[in-house]
Design a protein around this ligand. Sequence first.
Ligand SMILES: [Zn+2]
Ligand SMILES: [Zn+2]
Length: 189
Amino acid sequence: MLITHDTECALSILVELLNTAPEACGTEQLPDVPALSAFVVRQEISEIDSLTPADVTAVQAVRGRLREVFSADSTDRAAELVNAVVAAAGTTPRLTNHDHHGWHIHYFAPHAAIGDHLAAELGMALAFIVMAGERERLRRCEAPDCARVFVDLSRNRSRRYCDSRTCGNRLHVAAYRARQRSAEAVTTG
Ligand SMILES: [Zn+2]
Ligand SMILES: [Zn+2]
């Protein structure tokens, strides 16, 4: 797969961001400036100066647009959505080696507001996935009561659940209980 380490890092932030949405987890995980600040720290997002309530609204809007790419029904549609997100953000690709990271490219304009920053970086990560012909790796969890998304980076593209320790296990347990019940029904019936 022609995905660089930097793109993988951006995709991991993308998944974390999308799964903060009420559609994904039932409640808004980025409701205010403190929650957004905590997200910035946790995800080590660089060059964010200060945050305002307008940034919270902008991030929520960008999040919704990025999520649409996961449910696009064709690659043409996914490309159109990605282009729109990135174009609206305004990008200025530049090389940087800040904070002892090796040389890598930042796509966001210097000191861009966080909404534009995320739209440029995460939109470009999605652009690379589409370009590599790997759009099918953008998945929604298959657990019936889960709407979280994930990027399947497994070699054989076999991942089905957002987090195998929660959704995967939960389903295994449910399937086991169902088998037990039908076995009991056979022996007692
Ligand atoms: Zn960087
Ligand atoms: Zn799940």
